[in-house]
Design a protein around this ligand. Structure first.
Ligand SMILES: Nc1ncnc2c1ncn2[C@@H]1O[C@H](COP(=O)(O)OP(=O)(O)O)[C@@H](O)[C@H]1O
Ligand SMILES: [Mg+2]
Length: 1025
């Protein structure tokens, strides 16, 4: 199937273009932003995105960066066939796709043996997780696997539903929002088969365990368990199959979501846990924790008689102690009292609010640690020790800005700040490296370096995190307000840091008294300062294997206080950056087109915001700083070689010289391009577009040249050209439409033809009309192309029935024509010859044996040379001798043979012997001529014997009897008087007396006297009659 669409040229011109079945997508706009003429214009950028999105083209490149817009519906572009299509295909040859990035990365890993990573970023709901899953699926499907590896492959794939069950939740933006950052290494062996993996998780949004905003849910796993768990399993956990019953599950008031099927998801998760290799007991422990969180949520507090806080929900406490494997009284005390570590084992009671907070903190901690354990467990099952190449996938949430932004948002945004820095650094670095490798001078690029913001956050001693640590770790209660003051003291005056107090005028109004504002590279964000307390000690005594592995006793007993969450995060982030730096990065930048999760809606303001937050314009600027376009010489030459006589059809020399010749011919100006070692660099898209236009113009002519003999080749070439196409062009649209039309037309004709064939023997009717016409046409065309070559060529095509008569006429006409033409061409000499031959044939054909042999021998003017006797000539007077030949004369009596010459003139013949005229035969007196039917040379000239002047009949023998008789008969006008006798010739000897010559066939010529005075002639018979 072919699609038709629009293409925006460099100047915003719109062309119609066609794509082949292979790309199966028409496209709108440029498929690579570097080809935007106005690359600094955000409006042009967004317009390009919008147009493509409108045509369901969700992917666009910025150089090697893939920009993806969430379509919010299944586009059917992720089939196995699609995967195959992108396998081993050069990045730019085919329309942008997540598979192109996957494949390119994979091949870079295999061929260059360098570890790779794909960084996927974007807002919540922009399609990051989907993208990472698509990449993983691509590898799972296209990489080679053995039986053992298929287990690993399955585990890699199955880790997703498990992690999503525990780490994803329905939010306002995304029904399946990942609430943790994830970095996953996929390890490949030397054959390129997946052999292992490792997952790093970041920043699980633990607050969701105890609270959800309106319209949001807790983590999927809770609802899945309640919906899908078996009844006796639930009973064992003390749970009811009703999410409404659990406080932690209904904060957002939407335990049910139409797009989610918790029951079937539960089945998937259970199966996945088995595939990954979880034991039954481990699953049980995991479910105990899930259940305990729900029981914690339902644990209520009241006021005792002495005003002390006490637990009012005993049943939950019982289940809790059972599920967590913790002693009941200890648990009760932990929830209502606080351990003062500074003073040994002493405890102090908690207020109601404190107890509630402690409960929630415990729930969060339990869940959070269980999640970490889960990841570790998955890692165990994916672990591979040994040498391998790695592709890392980073799926981490992008910039987040809410009304109130807590510490979690701070971490997320800080992380994005770091990733942006990495991105700029690596992009610039790779640009620079490429220029260097190609021997092209590097021109410095202006860009915003966000290092200043990163430093603001992470610098030792004076950075935000250092100050936070200091505040948390100093003796006494950490207070939010004192922390804010400390920040103001240290960071005040920094261009990217503002508080209510530091700000002035308008800004002051926008920043609350308990907030500070960071001016991130992507925008301004206000953060609220709030601390966090958790009483974690009780869990350390847990019997639950998972919990006891998660909570280490030392953590609470040692005097050294643990690192703050911020420092932990900073360290893990530093480690991540280190991991990423050691790899070659690719980028997928996800954009969400609207907030309503609707397909087909493109909210420009929202997209503009993301384009800004993702730093895409910055990215484009860096990428376009030097040269917009670069291609390897062979690719460039292959595509445009037809534009220059010097390079068409093939360039034999060095590629670089070929490209130089080509661009010189095209009139590229020096500032427009540079030639590197293996690539041509073109500065402005316009140059490329002009070249592309020239190619368009050239194409029809090319096509025509190639059409006849190179059709097959051309189709392939065309297919390649289409794949190669960066810019599509108008004529192609036309051409493909024409082709489609032709194809339709062809099908129609074939149908007619078949029908006509079936009805061919019927009278002419609409069914066979076409066929009959075609038959007639092709008969006539065959004649035209292949007429008979000569008069002797008797071939003639078989006419269709309706043309039988016409065919006969034509054949006759054709022959006549050829004859006429032949005659007109003929020379007088030849004509004479032919006339004589015709006479010969009239007389002898099929009558005399020696005739056929005589046909190819030309008749000559005379058989005698200069041996004519002059005297004889004089004697003959005016009658010029026309022909002379040596003959043997046989006497009528006794048959004595005498050599003579026979001379023919226009009115008589004479026999001459040694210059003496022996006998004259006037043609008027010549009655007839007799010859035999055999191969002998005898002839008898019958002359009336009454005439005195004439002697009687003459018996002659001659080697050229056919020639002589023909000439004589012609000159004497006696053509009808030639007798051809089968076996004997009677002739007159004298008045009234006759003699006979008998002819018989024998092996050789013999002349002898026979009985009764006959002459007996034996002659070989050549043609049996
Ligand atoms: N390529 C895609 N094709 C179709 N739907 C998609 C695609 N990417 C994302 N979606 C839809 O958007 C939702 C959110 O995507 P997700 O990857 O979970 O976002 P993120 O991880 O960025 O928060 C998905 O559940 C899915 O319905
Ligand atoms: Mg996600």
């Amino acid at each position: 199937s072919e699609y038709q669409g629009l293409h925006v040229g460099g100047e915003g011109r719109v062309h119609r273009v066609m794509e082949s079945t292979l790309t199966a997508r028409d496209r709108v706009g440029v498929q690579d932003f570097v080809l935007l003429e106005n690359y600094t214009s955000e409006a042009a950028f967004i317009e390009n995105l919008r147009r493509r999105f409108g045509e369901k083209l969700i992917y666009t490149y910025i150089g090697s960066v893939l920009v993806s817009v969430n379509p919010y519906k299944d586009l059917e572009i992720y089939s196995k066939a699609h995967m195959e299509r992108y396998r081993g295909v050069s990045f730019y040859e085919i329309s942008p796709h997540i598979y192109a990035v996957s494949d390119n990365t994979y091949r870079a890993m295999r061929t260059e043996r360098r570890d790779q990573c794909i960084l996927i970023s974007g807002e919540s709901g922009a399609g990051k997780t989907e993208a990472s899953k698509k990449i993983l699926q691509y590898y799972a499907t296209t990489c080679p696997v053995t039986d053992h590896m298929s287990t690993i492959r399955d585990r890699l794939l199955q880790s997703n539903p498990v992690l999503e069950a525990f780490g994803n939740a329905k939010t306002l933006r995304n029904d399946n929002s990942s609430r943790f950052g994830k970095y996953m290494d996929v390890q490949f062996d030397f054959r390129g088969a997946p052999i292992g993996g490792h997952i790093l998780n970041y920043l699980l949004e633990k607050s969701r365990v105890v609270h959800q905003n309106h319209g949001e849910r807790n983590f999927h796993i809770f609802y899945q368990l309640l919906e899908g768990g078996e009844q006796d399993q639930l009973s064992k956990l003390g749970l009811e199959r009703n999410a409404q019953k659990y406080h932690y599950l209904v904060k957002g008031c939407c335990p049910r979501v139409s797009s989610i099927n918790d029951k079937s998801d539960w089945k998937t998760v259970r199966k996945a846990l088995t595939v990954i290799g979880f034991h039954e007991e481990e699953v049980e422990d995991l479910l105990n924790i899930i259940a305990s969180v729900l029981h914690l949520g339902n644990t209520q507090f009241g006021e005792g008689e002495d005003g002390e806080t006490q637990i009012t929900t005993e049943s939950h406490l019982t289940y809790l102690s059972k599920l967590l494997g913790v002693d009941g009284p200890a648990l009760r005390e932990a929830l209502t009292h606080k351990k003062l570590t500074a003073k040994g084992e002493e405890v102090s009671p908690l207020s109601f609010e404190q107890a509630v907070a402690a409960r929630d903190a415990l729930a969060k901690a339990v869940y959070g640690r269980a999640f970490t354990w889960l990841v570790a467990k998955i890692n165990q099952s994916l672990a591979f020790k040994g040498s391998s190449s790695v592709i890392g996938l980073l799926d981490i949430y992008g910039f987040e800005v809410f009304q109130h932004n807590s510490f979690e948002q701070f971490c997320i945004n800080y992380c994005n700040e770091k990733l942006q820095q990495l991105f700029i650094k690596l992009t610039l670095k790779s640009e620079q490296e490429e220029y260097e490798a190609e021997g092209i001078t590097w021109e410095p690029v202006k860009y915003f370096d966000n290092k200043i913001i990163c430093d603001l956050v992470e610098e030792k001693h004076k950075g935000f995190i250092s100050i936070l640590d200091e505040e948390c770790l100093r003796p006494g209660e950490p207070s939010d307000i004192s922390f804010l003051e400390k920040l103001e003291d240290t960071l005040g005056g920094h261009a990217h840091f503002v508080t209510h107090k530091l700000a002035n005028g308008k800004t002051r109004k926008a920043v609350g008294r308990e907030e500070f504002r960071l001016i991130h590279y992507a925008g301004e964000v206000n953060y609220t300062v709030n601390g966090e307390l958790a009483n974690q000690s009780v869990i350390c005594q847990s019997d639950n294997q998972i919990l006891s592995q998660c909570f280490h006793r030392e953590e609470v007993t040692t005097q050294k206080r643990p690192e703050t969450a911020a420092t932990q995060f900073k360290n893990s982030l530093a480690k991540l950056i280190e991991i990423l730096m050691s790899k070659e990065p690719s980028y997928v930048r996800c954009i969400k087109p609207n907030d309503a999760k609707q397909s087909g809606r493109f909210d420009e303001a929202l997209v503009r915001h993301q384009v800004k937050y993702l730093g895409l314009m910055e990215n484009l600027r860096v990428r376009r700083a030097g040269f917009a376009y670069r291609r390897r010489y062979e690719a460039f030459l292959q595509r445009y070689k037809s534009l220059c006589p010097g390079t068409w059809p093939n360039w034999q020399g060095r590629l670089a010289d070929g490209v130089a010749t080509l661009v010189q011919h095209l009139g590229y100006k020096a500032e427009e391009y540079k030639l590197g070692k293996t690539k041509i660099f073109i500065r402005f898209p316009k140059t490329l577009f002009t070249t592309e236009d020239a190619l368009e113009a050239r194409r029809p002519a090319l096509a025509l040249t190639l059409q006849t003999s190179w059709r097959g080749y051309r189709e392939r070439a065309k297919y390649h050209r289409i794949r190669n196409a960066v810019i599509q062009s108008a004529w192609r649209g036309m051409k493909s439409r024409r082709k489609a039309r032709r194809r339709r037309h062809a099908a129609e004709i074939i149908r007619k033809f078949i029908k006509g064939f079936i009805y061919r023997h019927y009278e002419r009717c609409p069914e066979n009309e076409y066929f009959l016409d075609h038959q007639r046409f092709s008969f006539l065309m065959t004649l035209v192309r292949n007429p008979p070559k000569s008069v002797l060529d008797k071939s003639w095509p078989v006419p269709p029935p309706s043309l039988t008569e016409a065919s006969e006429h034509l054949c006759r006409l054709c022959m006549q024509n050829m004859m006429r033409a032949y005659c007109r061409r003929i020379q007088p000499e030849w004509k004479k010859q032919m006339e004589q031959k015709v006479v010969a044939s009239q007389i002898f054909q099929d009558q005399k044996d020696s005739y056929p042999q005589s046909v190819p021998k030309l008749f000559v003017a005379s058989r005698l040379g200069r041996e004519f006797n002059l005297k004889v000539i004089q004697t003959l007077g005016n009658d010029k001798v026309k022909y002379g030949v040596a003959v043997t004369k046989y006497d009528r009596r006794g048959y004595k043979a005498r050599p003579r010459q026979l001379l023919l003139t226009s009115s008589f013949a004479v026999l001459v012997a040694e210059a003496k005229l022996k006998q004259r035969i006037d043609y008027t007196a010549l009655r007839s001529i007799s010859v035999s039917s055999l191969t002998d040379g005898f002839m008898v000239l019958h002359v009336p014997s009454e005439d005195n002047k004439q002697k009687s009949d003459v018996v002659l023998q001659c080697d050229h009897v056919i020639e002589v008789v023909t000439k004589l008969a012609t000159m004497a006008d006696k053509k009808n008087k030639v007798n051809i006798s089968q076996d004997s010739i009677k002739f007159a000897v004298a008045r009234g007396k006759e003699a006979v010559i008998d002819f018989t066939s024998g092996p050789e010529l013999k002349v002898a006297k026979g009985k009764k005075g006959h002459l007996l002639v034996t002659a070989p018979q050549l043609n049996p009659r």
